[in-house]
Design a protein around this ligand. Structure first.
Ligand code: IPE
Ligand code: IPE
Ligand code: MG
Length: 256
């Protein structure tokens, strides 16, 4: 039987990314353009979250990571931070049932302990409730920063070396990966950033070593399922060489 994917979008199901990661940027500018408070942009952005989660689920993309709040975002005005935390709690509460129905497992990547108590409690509750769901994993990057993540991983490994449980020369790339928040989650194949900024802003720096990057000028609240499909279509045309020569080239690398 043809899958939903083949029937509707002309995508090759065999070449879909296994893991899509999104830097959801541009909520503030979306609001500013409409003379609205930035918080209105975040509210509108949370609707886009719903749309993209649903799109991934329908396309059977097993891992989706959404960058929702960075370690640097704590430096924003207190009122904006607290509005974001409020929205987050609302999202975690309202979406729990939907995640159960759709078989989505929620994970938080980041400093969960830095979030307000009530948000932490809600996040833990939703994570526990959805932990056995296997159709899709939704990772929310909250108080997340790659440098903090890598630093913490190295501190743990250094402790093991100090205790005599690990030799420095035995530290492997896999071991470092296993000590990141993303332990056990495959590296992203595709990283999308909305709002036209050409930077990673401390997002999945280690994990994105060979991710395909896609930057769109669209502001996050305006991002649609149709644009997501378009990006996936472009992704399928990319030649992922991983440092090797192109598949179409002869094995000695000489021009054809
Ligand atoms: C992204 O939108 C959401 C968060 C970083 C929490 P922004 O709030 O960064 O929106 P812009 O970049 O100011 O437009
Ligand atoms: C990146 O967006 C963080 C999130 C989307 C959560 P920012 O708006 O914080 O990034 P910069 O400041 O433009 O680099
Ligand atoms: Mg921004």
């Amino acid at each position: 039987m043809k899958s939903d994917v083949q029937q509707t979008h002309g995508l090759d199901p065999a070449r879909l990314p296994n893991h899509v990661a999104v830097i959801m940027d541009g909520n503030g500018r979306w609001a500013k353009k409409r003379w609205m408070n930035r918080v209105k942009g975040h509210e509108e952005g949370s609707q886009t979250v719903r749309t993209i989660v649903e799109s991934c689920r329908k396309l059977q993309i097993p891992f989706l990571t959404l960058y929702a709040f960075s370690t640097e975002n704590w430096a924003r005005p207190r009122s904006e931070v607290s509005a974001l935390m409020h929205l987050l709690k609302k999202f975690l509460t309202s979406e729990c049932e939907e995640m159960m129905e759709k078989g989505i497992c929620l994970k938080v990547l980041g400093q969960l302990e830095k979030l307000p108590e009530d948000v932490q409690a809600r996040a833990k509750k939703t994570m526990a409730a959805t932990s056995d769901n296997t159709r899709m994993t939704l990772n929310l990057a909250l108080s997340y920063g790659s440098r903090q993540e890598i630093t913490t991983a190295l501190q743990i490994l250094a402790q093991k070396v100090k205790a005599g449980d690990l030799a420095p020369e035995d530290i492997s790339e896999q071991m470092i990966s296993d000590h990141l928040y993303t332990a056990g989650i495959p590296d992203p194949d595709l990283v999308i950033r909305t709002s036209g900024e050409f930077r990673l802003s401390n997002f999945l720096l280690w994990q994105s070593a060979y991710a395909e990057l896609f930057i769109t000028p669209t502001l996050w609240p305006d991002f649609t399922r149709a644009e997501f499909i378009e990006i996936l279509t472009h992704y399928q045309k990319r030649d992922r060489r991983f440092g090797k020569v192109a598949c179409s080239m002869p094995s000695d690398g000489s021009p054809q």
